[in-house]
Design a protein around this ligand. Structure first.
Ligand code: ADP
Length: 613
């Protein structure tokens, strides 16, 4: 594949390469029929204007041919029938082309979706990945007039306009090369003016997009029901409105400047077309008056001259469209080529069984960060082991588990799964081995059962669903819901949907992890949103929850780590202490100190509660 490198080293694809890519996509997604529809539309798109332009001349030629009236009538009627048939077919093909290109955009949207959900999480999460994904989306979701749909249409139009132009140019050239030169010059001038206006407008597009992005973000934030109370409480309405006004004013000013540029180009075009018509038609009239041209020829040339400008304008219009959409195509392809390619990788051995995980001199640094979040970490987690990971906020616990299950690639060092570099394995197969409850829990606005089983409603294993919900302590609540496990979460897709509390959503996520029944379970602060009773219930059931699995448990509540085989105390991305609860307490280090503070705090709290009662 031929690719040019930009200064910032992001890939840029050549124009020809993008054209071939669009056609390849068209053939792959819409098949030979899609190609035939576009090809047919090009052919009829040339034929119809020609038949229309030649109509007056043809009728005049028939009338002055000296034939019998019936023959004349038959010939004129034949011409009109032919014209109408082509017009009908062309209208139909135009609709089909619209549908074909629309479907092409939608089908490519599926590729985009697949890429987004299957590319490696680290690349997607990075600032670069986020920007690339957003830019690529513009190629698909900017409507019919921008992006892949408009781009492919523009290439079809370009071919059509080019054929039309060569045909008309040949006809005009036969009459006079000077006439042809005048027509070409006028259209080139018009096109130059439009291109200049288009370039100026395009230069402003980035700023408009940026401001619009901020506007959309603010708009979304104001309509989130949970945000309403903060906005009211802290009188942020004025701040929001001020921001809205500022952004709208700036966007309007930019759009105004764009439109002024287009208007000026449009006025210049009108003037030039007027001047051209005066010269060209004047010349034709003079030729006819001088007897150098018959009336049918005159009429034919008038039609052809009028049509020539349209072809030329159409050609430049299509070219402009191609250039305007080039960046969107580049951005789309850049994203589709971005991230780690997974093809041909092996799955981990012994699927469904507990695995050994080993960190060897692992360092990890977030993009743009000045220091490593995980620093030269060495660790072995034995199959079936129950590990607790504790430490202050920001110590790197969550980062460590993302490395552990292969979501992040180490900056240096290696994470091994059963002795094989986890990054060299098929990521989907690796993910099958892990059930993780992350800290930032949320439920999709689908039925509760979909959220747990991750399959369509009705296809889940109902026994397994019930078992998971029971173990997670949510079964009673689910039973009380109007449609049980079929009840929709939130109100986005169903007004009768239910909004669960933070603790309930946390239990729901736990149920999902249990339903998955993976051999490796990772729970990142699984009790953070639970009340003390639910929390203690969960600790009591911990044995049952992780039975037969390797389990990593992250918690702030140090007392909760006692049921683990080993506790790791993490500070500044390093394991500073390691052992059982008893060993760490005996050692009297940071863990023991933190544990004593927590124990004192809870003791005080308990005394206060008792006094109040
Ligand atoms: P813990 O789970 O121990 O609270 P984390 O692993 O979440 O800690 O975070 C460790 C450090 O990495 C923190 O300083 C945090 O700000 C930083 N960090 C976490 N996620 C990102 C990210 N996506 N980009 C940049 N820095 C991050």
């Amino acid at each position: 594949m031929k690719k040019k490198k930009k200064a910032d080293k992001t890939k840029q694809y050549s124009l020809w390469d993008n054209c071939r890519y669009a056609l390849r996509q068209l053939r792959q997604k819409e098949g030979d029929i899609g190609m035939a529809v576009c090809g047919g539309d090009v052919a009829l798109g040339v034929l119809l204007p020609f038949l229309e332009a030649a109509l007056a001349g043809a009728v005049a030629a028939i009338l002055t041919s000296g034939r019998r009236p019936e023959a004349i009538l038959l010939l004129v009627a034949g011409y009109v029938v032919l014209l109408q048939t082509v017009r009908f077919l062309q209208g139909h093909l135009r609709n089909l082309r619209f549908k074909t290109l629309f479907l092409l955009r939608i089908d490519m949207g599926m590729d985009f979706f697949r890429k987004t959900v299957w590319m490696d999480g680290q690349s997607l999460e990075s600032a670069q990945g986020q920007k690339k994904r957003k830019d690529a989306g513009r190629n698909l979701y900017s409507g019919n007039g921008q992006g892949i749909e408009a781009y492919t249409k523009a290439w079809c139009d370009l071919v059509m306009q080019l054929i039309g132009l060569v045909l008309y140019g040949a006809i005009v050239g036969q009459v006079s090369l000077i006439l042809l030169a005048i027509l070409v010059l006028q259209t080139l001038l018009v096109s130059y003016l439009h291109t200049k206006a288009g370039k100026r407008a395009y230069a402003m597009e980035d700023e408009i997009e940026k401001k619009w992005g901020i506007f959309q973000y603010l708009r979304r934030e104001t309509v989130i029901p949970g945000n309403g109370k903060d906005i009211r409480m802290y009188r942020m309405d004025k701040w929001f409105l001020g921001m809205f006004h500022g952004l709208i004013d700036r966007v309007c000013a930019l759009i105004d400047r764009q439109q002024t540029g287009y208007m000026a180009a449009g006025m210049a075009e009108d003037l030039l077309t007027f001047a051209r018509s005066m010269v060209v038609y004047g010349w034709l009239v003079r030729e006819m008056a001088a007897g150098n041209m018959t009336i049918p020829s005159f009429l034919l040339y008038v039609g052809i001259v009028a049509g020539f400008g349209a072809w030329m304008n159409g050609l430049f219009g299509a070219w402009r469209q191609i250039l305007e959409n080039e960046k969107l195509m580049d951005d789309y392809r850049d994203f589709m080529d971005f991230g780690v390619v997974e093809e041909g990788r092996q799955a981990p051995g012994r699927p469904g069984r507990t695995h050994e995980i080993r960190f060897e001199h692992v360092c990890f640094r977030y993009e743009g960060s000045g220091e490593d979040t995980i620093q030269d970490l060495n660790l072995t987690i034995r199959p079936g082991e129950r590990l607790a990971l504790v430490g202050p906020n920001g110590a790197g616990k969550t980062t460590l588990i993302k490395l552990l299950c292969g979501l992040y690639r180490p900056t240096s060092g290696t994470v091994y799964l059963d002795g094989r570099d986890i990054q060299s394995l098929d990521q989907r197969a690796v993910f099958r081995e892990f059930a993780v409850v992350f800290q930032d829990v949320f439920a999709f606005s689908f039925p509760l059962s979909d959220n747990v089983s991750c399959v369509d409603c009705g296809r889940e294993d109902s026994e397994r669903l019930r078992g998971s919900l029971e173990k997670a302590g949510l079964w009673e609540r689910v039973q009380a819901l109007p449609k049980g496990a079929r009840t929709f979460m939130n109100k986005d897709l169903d007004e009768a949907g239910v909004t669960l509390s933070g603790g309930e959503v946390q239990k729901l996520m736990l149920a999902r992890a249990l339903y998955k029944d993976a051999p490796m379970v990772i729970l990142d602060e699984p009790t953070a949103a639970l009340d003390p009773i639910a929390e203690s219930e969960m600790y009591e059931r911990y044995d049952e929850l992780v039975h037969g699995r390797t389990a990593v448990f992250i918690s702030h509540r140090l007392s909760s780590t006692r049921f683990c085989d080993r506790i790791l105390f993490l500070e500044n991305g390093r394991i500073t202490e390691e052992g059982t609860h008893g060993e760490l307490m005996q050692r009297g280090g940071a863990y023991a100190e933190l544990f004593s503070i927590q124990a004192r705090y809870y003791k005080e709290q308990k005394t206060e509660c008792a006094a109040t009662l």
